[in-house]
Design a protein around this ligand. Structure first.
Ligand code: FAD
Length: 463
């Protein structure tokens, strides 16, 4: 009997982009087949990305909070770390979510095909023995970690983010190669569990996409927690029996090779666009593996769409989800576009760094006339009561209209708080709208209203 499938929509890849597109298309009455190479749904985000990292960051936070309590008169003693139990907690979290997706696919009658899909024509995809003939396709193939050519392969002391999440051991000395969000989040976990963590970053700032003031507050808080080498690069790694000997070059490079027990390579991610024979369907893929799309997520082939990490930066799950929805809606006949005013970014570090809309750096580059209003958490009752006053909330306004164009928060729970600023940017709120919104006291959220109040254009009289 033939395994062949005829479907209205085939979705290739079941990460946040792919499953969101599949579910939305099914909800809109389309017949959907979802193809995924992994044995579980959820893609990088649920299996080896956003979710397991946050499960481990939760453990790290509790350890750090317990340590901090000593200065408030409560002492817990040194934590006893049981790696097997931490790992099974993380796996349980992942399992709950990936199983949930399997259930939701079933409920929506989305046909799931497990295996690697490759195009064989403009309307056909091959997955193992199964030929899928489709009317529309959505490519949601995601991305994978970048490796560096001069770093030894097949040495289990050199890991990427997926290896770091496996939490095989707690190295004594760990080098995080790359000071971006993923590297710093994993560094947060390993430091809390007991590793001595060094971070090397080629740029002159950690998390180069974020505004410098945000990163400065993060770095100041963590000055004793990490050895940070900025404007420095790794030029060689020698794997010896007793450790990995790393040579550096640059402004803050140590003179001699330094020994580490483990190296986490976190220098970015590359798209998977080159791996699915897209050319056989006529779809253009650029030399880096990205697929170009229009605002309706259409590739150069009218009935084939692409979403998520495979179409470009920012490589974030929530961007993929919204793109997935738009692609499905367009296929169903709706005149929708992916045209957000802002896509939030959050580093779930300690403290968290979160920003959305335009940054000050971007405003400067684009020659926009903006003004900022910043509320320091040293003046926030809630931050003081929580002994976490290192943060601040910054709003960025258009100088003429006083409309909010962006904002940034550094501090505990910054990621949770950012949603309000996203909503304000999307709705075109001005400083007065935000300042007149009554925020509960004492909350960290209050700092958003207070920052707006500090802006000169926020108190106006009626005409
Ligand atoms: P992916 O999640 O990459 O999924 C693509 C899927 O497609 C994969 O499962 C792959 O197996 C499958 N696939 C690929 N090609 C084929 C094929 N030809 N046939 C069949 N299947 C195929 N983002 C956030 O927004 N917040 C975070 O906190 C966050 N934390 C992260 C932490 C880490 C450690 C990492 C690595 C990433 C993190 N990200 C985070 C990024 C986020 O995971 C990605 O942006 C997101 O998963 C992209 O979704 P996607 O749908 O484009 O693709």
């Amino acid at each position: 009997m033939s395994n062949d499938i005829k479907t209205q929509v085939v979705v290739v890849g079941a990460g946040p982009g792919g499953y969101s597109a599949a579910f939305r298309a099914a909800d809109l009455g389309l017949e959907v087949t979802l193809v995924e190479a992994r044995s579980t749904l959820g893609g990088v985000c649920l299996n080896v990305g956003c979710i397991p990292s946050k499960a481990l960051l939760h453990v790290a936070k509790v350890i750090d909070d317990a340590r901090d309590m000593a200065s408030h008169g409560v002492t817990f003693g040194e934590p006893k770390i049981d790696l097997d139990k931490i790992r099974s907690w993380k796996d349980k979290v992942v399992g709950q979510l990936t199983n949930g997706l399997a259930g939701m696919s079933k409920m929506r009658k989305v046909k799931v095909v497990t295996g690697y899909g490759k195009f064989t024509g403009a309307n056909t995809l091959q997955v193992g023995d199964t030929k899928i003939t489709f009317e529309h396709a959505i490519i949601a193939a995601g991305s994978e970690p970048v490796s560096l050519p001069f770093i030894p392969k097949d040495d289990d002391r050199i890991i990427d983010s997926t290896g770091a999440l496996e939490l095989k051991d707690i190295p004594g000395e760990m080098l995080v190669l790359g000071g971006g969000i993923i590297g710093l989040e994993m560094g947060t976990v390993y430091r809390a569990l007991g590793s001595k963590v060094s971070v090397v970053e080629f740029a002159d700032q950690l998390v180069p996409a974020a505004d410098a003031d945000l990163v400065k507050a993060y770095t100041k808080y963590n000055k004793d927690n990490y050895n940070i080498m900025l404007s420095t690069k790794v030029v060689g790694v020698e794997a010896k029996k007793d450790g990995l000997y790393v040579t550096f070059e640059g402004k803050n490079a140590p003179e001699k090779a330094v020994r580490y027990d483990k190296i986490l390579v976190a220098v970015g991610r590359k798209p998977n666009g080159n791996l699915l024979d897209a050319a056989k369907a006529g779809v253009n893929v650029d030399e880096r593996g990205f697929i170009n799309v229009d605002k309706q997520l259409r590739t150069n082939v009218g009935h084939i769409y692409a979403i998520g990490d495979v179409i470009g930066q920012p490589m974030l799950a929530h961007k993929a989800v919204h793109e997935g929805h738009v692609a499905a809606e367009v296929i169903s006949g709706m005149k929708h576009y992916f045209d957000p005013r802002c896509i939030p970014s959050v580093a779930y570090t300690d403290p968290e760094m979160a920003w959305t809309g335009i940054t000050e750096k971007e405003a400067k580059e684009q020659g926009l006339k903006v003004e900022t209003a910043t509320f320091p958490w040293a003046a926030s009752g809630r931050a003081i009561a929580s002994a976490r006053t290192e943060g601040f909330t910054k709003l960025i306004f258009d100088k003429e209209t006083h409309r909010i164009l962006g904002g940034a928060i550094v501090g505990i729970n910054a990621g949770e708080m950012l949603g309000e600023i996203c909503l304000a940017v999307e709705m075109g709120a001005d400083a007065e709208d935000i300042a007149l919104t009554i925020h509960a006291h004492p909350t960290l959220n209050e700092s958003i209203g207070l920052a707006a109040e500090m802006y000169e254009g926020s108190i106006t009289d009626l005409p």
